[in-house]
Structure formats: structure tokens, C-alpha cells
Design a protein around this ligand. Structure first.
Ligand code: PEP
Ligand code: MG
Length: 574
């Protein structure tokens, strides 16, 4: 039966494909139905995997030398205990029998349930034991994967699959970069959550905040993801399908046409030059940046190098990653944001930053609290600066002392490199993100101490309007046109121009074609966005006359009602 679900569209396109239900990318498992006659075989497959893991863990325990720290044996004992616990060893068998589902799926369903129970525990130590549950489950999954041949039913071609998940973390999304799915849908998530931002960087149509999609969609069902309207159509009838196929082709045609302006310099009709830079998460994204014709990297979210791993990348590993990007950009600016860990991006197994992570020990706060980690990164960035035009961008600044401490640590890193006679760019520019309202309202300290500013509108909106950007239940209130948000942005751009400190916008607003003229009208001359959006934004810049924007942008800025601002914006874009 055909039906539709609504959510927030991400990526501006249309995907058509078969549903592929997954739990999380880290533990990606397919979901398929088992024939009644094969159910006991499936239960046996699960039991064999549990037996195998038990033997592995027992063998490991026997091989622990007497001199090894006591924690090692305790850790293995804990994993054995978890494996034997009925919640992990028996419940999945009941699920296989009751739901006639494959063993992997049953196990991950039960794991998700257990993890949710652990998350409710007040005691931080016990709460973090959920990581042990996940590790044991990973072992069992691996044991099942090793059993060949695999049960039939698992789906094949990734390019024709649309991933449907309850929730995906930014770390999960990074793993998606190794896949080629047609699109994806999640029950949770806001449009500027990092999960959605990564979907944009994957350049695939997606819908976040689709509420009960994973519950209502079945494996293998035909889906249409219309990320322009934020609609998911399940099992469409042939007429609807034909219409969407046609629309998909038109969008593709338009994208191909846009490629013609790849090397055209970005300037308004009246000759105002505009820098269009790209945002990246990983060094491998640089390929897409070069294809987009970006003239620099305006935001390298370096913390993504730290996800999906249990250790921290060492100085050399980071240096290689930064140098790779610097070299690939061949003298064009590369703005490396120092670690913005915390909030929704945490290193595996590390505790979340306090009761309210978005307002907790995040970004520069975490870096200043963990000086060794920060110094390692600063040295790696400085060393890489010898190979291109690197700039350093400090996230989440609010206080003068944070800037001073960060600058002191940069000076200390330079001194260490001098002592080791390692080269770096002595004129390296240091900038700060304006993403906390306090920063936008106290710009004096920023423009005095820093070389450039970059407005992170995603967080600026989150903190100005007190809306968790990852929470879809309040995402309807997340509005870039709120007068308070517009005032903070316009004020920052104007102040920067007055004191000659360059200001960029690197949040999602910079890649939103409906806001390009407004930002140009505020005086913005540097935009940084996902490479996938860049050519469309360039076309909008090429078609704009900066002289004609002033009057309407002023009226938008002074509109008291969001609806009024929206109406005026339509006129500006007409
Ligand atoms: C922002 O907050 O606008 C920004 C660019 O940083 P991030 O999205 O990584 O928080
Ligand atoms: Mg931010």
C-alpha cells in the first residue's frame, strides 16, 4: 500500500530505490525475513556464533600473562558475563522465532534496547558499560559474518538502496562515505545536525526527522526520497513513480548544465568579487572540492579525523592529513578548524560532555582542558602550513581569555617547532568562529586579537534561539530569518568591514541559495559551503546586482515578523 511520510529534506534531490533498514552504520546489518522452515536453522546460526565468541574470549583469558594488569582479565570476564547473560544470549533467539527475522538483525535490535537502558543509568561508570555491550555484539556479528555461506535475502547493489535508520550519528555518516547509497532516511535529526550536514556532503538526497519511518517501512520496499519537499513516498503507484523519475532526470540535467560555470570567477553583475570556498570533513573530500571550482577550503571540520576510532590520531597522522589537503589546494587557502569535539561528535567510548553536551565541554573548551591533545593538533597544523596556505580557525569562542590561551598555545607550538628546526608558515593567520551570540555581541575582543572571522550560523542559530539543532521536535522553530539571528549576522559582517577584518559565513546558510542575495546585501564577500552547493550559489551570485540589494536587505533586517521577512526575501530573489 502506498503512503507518504514527512520530514526535513536534505540535499536537494530525488532518490528512488529499495529500502534497506539498518541499525547503525557501525553495526550495519541487513534485515530480511526468514522462511518458517528455516527459523531453527537461523537460531542455530546465532548459537554457533555465540559459542565461537565464548571460545575466543576463554582462549584470550587463558593467554593473559600473569604480569598483565588485572584490568585485562576483569575486562575479558565482563565480556564473557555479558555474552552469557540471557538478555544477549536468549532474547535474540526469541526475536528470531517471533519476528522471523535474521539473526544479525535480532541481535542488533536487542543491543539497541540494552544500550537505551544503560543510557538511563545515573552512575557514569555503569552507563559507559554500554560500550562493552556493543563490543560483545560486534564480536558475535563478526562471527556470523565469518560463517559462510550467508543466508540468502541480503540486498545487493548499494546504488539502488535507500538506507532507513532510526538515528545515525555523525560517526555513522562518516562510514557512509565508503558506500554509494542512493539516499537515506532517519526518524530523528534536525536539518543542521551534523548528520544532515554530512548527508549534504555525500551529495545524496536524504530526509531527517521522518519520525516512524524505520518502523513503517519494510526491507526491500520501493521508496522515493524527495528531499526538496521533505517527503518520503513508500511503495508509490506507477504514475507517481513515472513523474518522479522524470523530475530526477531534470534535476540531473540542471546539475550537468551548472558545470559550465565551474571556472567562471564568482562576481556579481556589477563586478563585486566573491570568494566561494568549500567545507570538508575528511581529506578525501578534496576531490569534490576541486571539481566544484571552489577557490579555497573555508572550513575543514578536523574533528572528523577523530571519529570511529578508539585512539586519537597522532601528530604525524594529522600532519599527513592536513598536508594532503594543503597540497591538493595548491596555494589556495585551507582553513583548518581546530577540534570541535563534544556535543554530537565524540570519540568512541568517551563520555558525552556533561548533561547538556551542546553547552558543555565542547570545542575550544575541551581543547583548553586537554592541552596535550590540542598542542598535538596545533603542531600538526603548523607543520603542514609549510606546504600550502593554511589558516587556523578556533571554534566556539566566547571569552577573551579563550582567545588568549589558544594564541599562547599556538606560540608555544611554534617555539617547539623552532627548537626542532621544523619549518612552518610564520605568517599563518589565526581566525575565530562567531557561533555564540556573546561573541557576535562583543566583537571588539575578536577583531583586535584575530586575523579573520567566520560565522558559524548553525550554532549561532541554535544558541540564539535556544534550539537543539539535533532535535527534530523543535526544528520548526529553527529559523535563520529570525530578526535576532539576522541582526547578529549583519552586525558581525558590518563590524568586520569597518575594521578591515575579513568575515566569512561557513554555516549552512552560506549554501542556501535563497539566502545568497540577503547575505550579499549584508556585505558578505566570502561564503563557505558544501562543494555540492557551490555551483548553484555561484550562479546566484552571477545573477545578482549588489547595488540593487541594499534597500530590500535593510527592510528584511528591520522586519519584526519572520513572515514579513520571508515575503520580502521572495521579492529580493525574484
Ligand atoms: C556552524 O556552527 O555553523 C559551523 C559551521 O560549525 P558546525 O556545523 O561544525 O558546528
Ligand atoms: Mg559550529
Amino acid at each position: 500500500m502506498s503512503f507518504a511520510l514527512h520530514g526535513a529534506g536534505v540535499g536537494g534531490g530525488i532518490a528512488i530505490g529499495q529500502a534497506h533498514l539498518i541499525s547503525s552504520a557501525r553495526l550495519e546489518v541487513a534485515h530480511y525475513e526468514i522462511r518458517p522452515a528455516d527459523v531453527e536453522l537461523e537460531v542455530m546460526r546465532f548459537s554457533l556464533a555465540v559459542d565461537k565468541v565464548r571460545s575466543e574470549l576463554q582462549a584470550l583469558r587463558r593467554s593473559v600473562p600473569a604480569s598483565a594488569p588485572a584490568e585485562l582479565s576483569a575486562f575479558l570476564n565482563l565480556h564473557l558475563m555479558l555474552l552469557e547473560d540471557s538478555t544477549l544470549s536468549l532474547v535474540p533467539r526469541e526475536l528470531i522465532r517471533g519476528l522471523r527475522c535474521n539473526a544479525e538483525w535480532a541481535l542488533v535490535e536487542q543491543m539497541n534496547y540494552l544500550v537505551a537502558q544503560f543510557e538511563k543509568i545515573d552512575d557514569a561508570y555503569l552507563r559507559e558499560r554500554k560500550a562493552d555491550v556493543v563490543q560483545v555484539v560486534e564480536r558475535v556479528l563478526k562471527a556470523m559474518l565469518d560463517q559462510q555461506p550467508r543466508a540468502a535475502g541480503a540486498p545487493a547493489h548499494e546504488e539502488s538502496l535507500i538506507v532507513v535508520a532510526h538515528d545515525l550519528s555523525p560517526a555513522d555518516m562518516i562510514l557512509f562515505k565508503q558506500h554509494q547509497y542512493a539516499g537515506f532516511v532517519t526518524d530523528l535529526g534536525g536539518v543542521t545536525s551534523h548528520t544532515a550536514i554530512l548527508a549534504r556532503s555525500l551529495d545524496i538526497p536524504a530526509i531527517v526527522g521522518a519520525h516512524s519511518a524505520r518502523q513503517m517501512v519494510r526491507e526491500g520496499e520501493l521508496l522515493i526520497v524527495d528531499s526538496i519537499q521533505g517527503v518520503l513516498i513508500v511503495d508509490p503507484d506507477p504514475l507517481i513513480l513515472a513523474e518522479y523519475q522524470q523530475r530526477r532526470e531534470q534535476i540531473e540535467l540542471k546539475r550537468q548544465k551548472l558545470k559550465r560555470i565551474r571556472s567562471t570567477p564568482a562576481a556579481t553583475k556589477d563586478g563585486i568579487a566573491v570568494d566561494l570556498h568549500a567545507n570538508i570533513e575528511l581529506p578525501q573530500d578534496i576531490e569534490q572540492v576541486r571539481e566544484s571550482g571552489a577557490t579555497g577550503v573555508g572550513l575543514f571540520r578536523s574533528e572528523f579525523l577523530f571519529l570511529n576510532r578508539d585512539d586519537l590520531p597522532c601528530e604525524d597522522e594529522q600532519f599527513e592529513a592536513y598536508r594532503h589537503v594543503a597540497r591538493a589546494m595548491d596555494g589556495m587557502p585551507v582553513t583548518i578548524r581546530t577540534l570541535d569535539l563534544g556535543a554530537d561528535k565524540t570519540v568512541n567510548n568517551s563520555a558525552k560532555g556533561g548533561p547538556n553536551p551542546a553547552m558543555g565541554l565542547r570545542a575550544i573548551r575541551l581543547c583548553l582542558a586537554e592541552p596535550q591533545m590540542f598542542l598535538t593538533q596545533l603542531r600538526a597544523i603548523l607543520r603542514a602550513s609549510h606546504y600550502g596556505k593554511i589558516r587556523v580557525l578556533l571554534p566556539m569562542l566566547a571569552h577573551a581569555h579563550e582567545i588568549e590561551q589558544a594564541l599562547a598555545m599556538i606560540a608555544q607550538s611554534k617555539q617547539l617547532l623552532d627548537e626542532q628546526k621544523l619549518p612552518y608558515d610564520r605568517g599563518i593567520q589565526i581566525g575565530g568562529m562567531i557561533e555564540i551570540p556573546a561573541a557576535a555581541l562583543a566583537l571588539g575582543i575578536f577583531v583586535r586579537k584575530l586575523d579573520f572571522l567566520s560565522i558559524g550560523t548553525n550554532d549561532l542559530i541554535q544558541y540564539t534561539l535556544a534550539i537543539d539543532r539535533t532535535d527534530d521536535s523543535v526544528s520548526h522553530l529553527y529559523d535563520p530569518l529570525h530578526p535576532a539571528v539576522l541582526h547578529l549576522i549583519a552586525h558581525t559582517i558590518k563590524t568586520g568591514a569597518r575594521v578591515n577584518v575579513p568575515v566569512a559565513v561557513c554555516g549552512e546558510m552560506a549554501g542556501d541559495i535563497t539566502l545568497t542575495r540577503l547575505l550579499l546585501g549584508f556585505g558578505l564577500r566570502q561564503f563557505s559551503m558544501h562543494p555540492a552547493n557551490l555551483l548553484a550559489i555561484k550562479q546566484q551570485v552571477l545573477g545578482s546586482d549588489s547595488g540593487k540589494l541594499a534597500q530590500l536587505t535593510k527592510r528584511i533586517l528591520h522586519a519584526e515578523e519572520i513572515d514579513q521577512a520571508r515575503e520580502l526575501l521572495e521579492k529580493l530573489n525574484a
